[in-house]
Design a protein. Structure first.
Length: 142
């Protein structure tokens, strides 16, 4: 059965903890063209806000590995991304990501899937919720 509104509320196990490091923060800031921003360097750097997408995307594996949903990354478009922050990611944070399907709307051969990924430290402190809307096209029978 392809993904439907019957799957709303389904959650997947948390990802393995990811250690946010100074090196990864610097690398990401450089990729954004913002390597000179003092917030991303020094003794206590924070990660650029969109760094959360790296961790959130790792949680998508549960979604794509769920055989009941019939999802394929090759038929997916990332339509929207939002972040709700409680505090910035900092060097030294150990973070896991947990994905929940929040909404599914099927329109013809397309499914609009909204997921929320909660990023939390291994101590249980919630840091951010990364919400995405994904548009998936179903395979068309030949």
């Amino acid at each position: 059965m392809p993904i439907s509104d019957a799957h709303v509320g389904r959650s997947y196990p948390a990802t393995a903890p990811y250690e946010v490091s100074r090196a990864k923060i610097a690398e990401f800031a450089a990729a954004l063209g913002d390597a000179d921003n003092p917030a991303y360097a020094g003794d206590d750097p924070i990660a650029p806000p969109t760094f959360a997408a790296v961790l959130a995307a790792a949680a998508w594996d549960g979604l794509f590995d769920d055989p009941e949903l019939g999802l394929s990354l090759s038929r997916m478009v990332h339509a929207d991304q939002r972040f709700a922050w409680r505090r910035p990611l900092r060097a030294g944070d150990l973070v896991s990501a947990t994905l929940t399907i929040e909404k599914v709307r099927v329109r013809g051969a397309a499914a609009f899937v909204t997921v929320a990924v909660v990023l939390s430290t291994t101590d249980g402190e919630e840091l951010c919720t990364a919400s995405s809307t994904l548009v998936h096209t179903n395979e068309v029978a030949a």
